[in-house]
Design a binder for this molecule. Structure first.
Ligand code: PMP
Length: 294
């Protein structure tokens, strides 16, 4: 790991040095992946869509019967405190809430108090070159779990399925992996939502096909509205991506990045498309012009 300046971590009400930020081995977040998280970006002194992220966090908590002793406003404030404590202007927040310390055994009711920690750090998911030239993606054999098991809307600490899909992609020499649902429809990538452009129209799968309801995904709907670009949801198969004019991915960490190749087939002419680049540009302007100041 690259040496970085010691970070200040918000942990259960205090800001501590990262060397002191420790949680128990009996925490059910560690023992069972019983917990939730959010990834949030801040740009030039402002946090992008902070309330939306924290509200999604609270929905994840509600869905897994995790009663939180904080309000949305308090969690927003703790997030801002963490950024200030690290003296950063640009970066990424990882906010994690675990079920808390209990005994061995799945029973979540044995855990009396949830634990929360907030990390503020730098992040570079992909090199600049890929934003200019686009990503090559492969389809993973690991499927997105069906909503009949854990809903893909819950941003839970169980990311092993996505980690295994990411490993498949990396082993195939690609930086990202496309995940299908049980029926074979496109769900999303391992950490990003997927969009195509066909005949001037932007299309993305409905979240009911197995994707997270991404905050960046919503930003693309907003930007298309503002720019007068037609956008709609429709179930997609790989055929639709192979034959699309353009494609791009969205996520808090990845931002908006063109996808130019899927399974060694060029998408469009194999270069980032015009509409994708327009949206990427609008996205970059937006994240630097709105947000919660700290
Ligand atoms: N899908 C998955 C599985 C994710 O983990 C994420 C977040 N990294 C996304 C999509 C994108 O969501 P957002 O735009 O809210 O970051």
């Amino acid at each position: 790991m690259r040496a970085v300046m010691s970070r200040k971590i918000w942990l259960d009400g205090s800001i501590v040095d990262e060397s002191e930020a420790k949680i128990s081995v009996f925490d059910h977040g560690i023992l069972y992946g019983d917990g939730i998280f959010e990834g949030i970006r801040f740009y030039e002194g402002r946090v992008f869509r902070l309330t939306e992220h924290i509200e999604r966090l609270f929905l994840s908590a509600k869905a897994i019967l995790l009663k939180l002793p904080w309000t949305v406003e308090e969690v927003c404030e703790y997030t801002l405190d963490t950024i200030r404590a690290n003296g950063l202007k640009d970066g990424y927040i990882r906010l994690v809430i675990t079920r808390g310390v209990g005994d061995l055994g799945l029973n979540p009711y044995l855990c009396e108090v949830p634990s929360m920690f907030i990390i503020a750090s730098g992040i570079t998911l992909y090199p600049d070159e890929l934003y200019e030239n686009g990503l090559e993606v492969v389809t993973c054999s690991t499927r997105r779990p069906t909503p009949a098991s854990l809903s893909p809307q819950v941003k839970s600490l169980n990311y092993l399925n996505n980690v295994m899909a990411k490993v498949e992609a990396l082993k195939a020499g690609a930086k990202e992996g496309l995940m299908l649902n049980e029926q074979g429809y496109v769900a999303e990538c391992t950490g990003d939502n997927v969009f195509i452009v066909k005949n001037g129209e932007v299309i993305t799968p409905p979240v009911s096909d197995g994707s997270l309801d991404g905050i960046t995904r919503q930003v693309i709907f907003d930007l298309c509205g503002e720019l007068g670009i037609s956008i709609r949801e429709a179930s997609l198969t790989r055929y639709d991506i192979y034959t699309a004019d353009e494609s791009f991915l969205t996520g808090t960490a990845a931002e908006t990045i063109p996808m130019v190749m899927l399974d060694e087939r060029e998408i469009g002419n194999g270069r980032p498309g015009e509409l994708s680049l327009k949206l990427i540009d609008a996205f970059r302007k937006l994240v630097r012009s709105e947000g919660t100041a700290f």
